[in-house]
Ligand binder design. Structure first.
Ligand code: FES
Ligand SMILES: [Fe+2]
Length: 343
């Protein structure tokens, strides 16, 4: 399958990279993240070019990382800036890869491709994550999953599985009814469902946003940016009333491929209802954790095992109307990969 290189991957939550060197594996590469003296994030190859020690096991010295094996130090450009056995000679020609990084909207974004093409304007925006005065936030979550991230993209882009995979947790009939509109702008894909005048979903009845028996207009809107950045908003308002009078649960889902069979899934929920109510925050977190870990993950893993390494299109999947958005996502990724190969 291979990976797109010229794009911004979410390497970590900002909070994951603090005083200690941090190791991430992204599209098969071992990467070291650490903070320099000003708190700026530096991203380098995690493999020392001398005897290949993992640099994240070393220590941070100013704006450099000191290898834990024989003490060579590497600066933010990946150049060897200090040799303890010959301190007068800098081995500046010895160089490891340095990656462009940007810290924005609670994430550390890393560019895995051509450094000259790393344009921060291409980072998808998640402004909600900074608006702690407007929304009640749940905690930053991390799941390490034994899954090919493209199968997780399929899963998130087609929420009709909710009725079957999450019958008692996230599932509700509104997920698969109403009007579904899929559209693409550049490389961004939207999949928006609008279901007017339906029954109130349990997700909003339980925290008291609406009452059981109320008729509501329900929206469920997913936005995807390559390679794995999702924003999902699910909301209700009393039937016929403006959306602004209603409430919603927003969530960010960030998929980072570790290699072809593993990924890291980071997510966070935020909401407009029951502000500051810790009990509601906790129960939403528990619900999402259970649904993603104990319902989605085993299903996707079973699919992955059954595919046994065969390529998705080679298996000639049946295509349903509800697959439109998922297929746009797959096609967009393929196109990006092909463009890179043609370069
Ligand atoms: S392995 Fe890093 S200095 Fe020797
Ligand atoms: Fe799911």
């Amino acid at each position: 399958m291979g990976f797109v290189r010229n794009c911004w991957y979410a390497a970590a939550w900002s909070s994951e990279v603090q005083e200690q060197p941090y190791h991430a594996r992204i599209i098969g590469e071992h990467i070291l993240l650490f903070r320099g003296e000003e708190g700026q994030v530096i991203a380098l190859s995690d493999t020392c070019p001398h005897r290949f020690a993992p640099l994240h096991m070393g220590k941070i010295v100013g704006d450099t990382i000191e290898c834990p094996y024989h003490g060579l130090r590497f600066n933010a450009e990946g150049r060897c800036a200090h040799n303890p056995f010959d301190p007068k000679t800098k081995l500046l020609a010895v160089r490891i890869s340095a990656y462009p990084v940007v810290e924005r909207d609670r994430f550390i974004w890393i560019w895995m491709g051509d450094a000259e093409r790393a344009d921060p304007a291409l980072i998808p925006d998640f402004p909600w994550l900074n608006q702690t005065d407007v929304y009640t936030m749940s905690g930053e979550q991390i799941m390490r999953q034994p899954l090919d991230y493209e199968l997780v993209l399929d899963n998130l882009m087609d929420l009709t599985h909710g009725q079957f995979v999450h019958p008692t947790t996230l599932g509700n009939e509104s997920i698969a009814t109403g009007a579904l509109k899929t559209r693409q702008e550049g490389t961004r894909v939207y999949s928006d469902r609008w279901n007017p005048d339906g029954d109130a979903p349990a997700l909003f009845v339980l925290p008291g946003v609406v009452q059981a028996g109320d008729k509501v207009d329900y929206w469920n809107e997913m936005r995807w940016d390559p390679p794995g950045a999702y924003y999902l908003e699910v909301g209700v308002t009393l039937a016929g009333r403006p959306r602004e009078e209603g409430h919603f649960l927003g969530s960010v889902h960030m998929l980072t491929p570790v290699d072809e069979e593993n990924c890291v899934y980071r997510y966070l929920l935020f909401r407009t209802f029951q502000p500051g109510n810790d009990e509601v925050t906790r129960s939403l977190e528990e619900l999402a954790n259970y649904a993603f870990r104990s319902e989605d993950e085993p299903m996707i893993k079973a699919v992955q095992d059954r595919m046994a390494g065969r390529a998705f299109w080679d298996m000639k999947p049946v295509v349903l109307k509800t697959d439109h958005a998922g297929i746009l996502v797959r096609r967009t990724l393929e196109k990006l990969k092909q463009m890179e190969m043609a370069d």
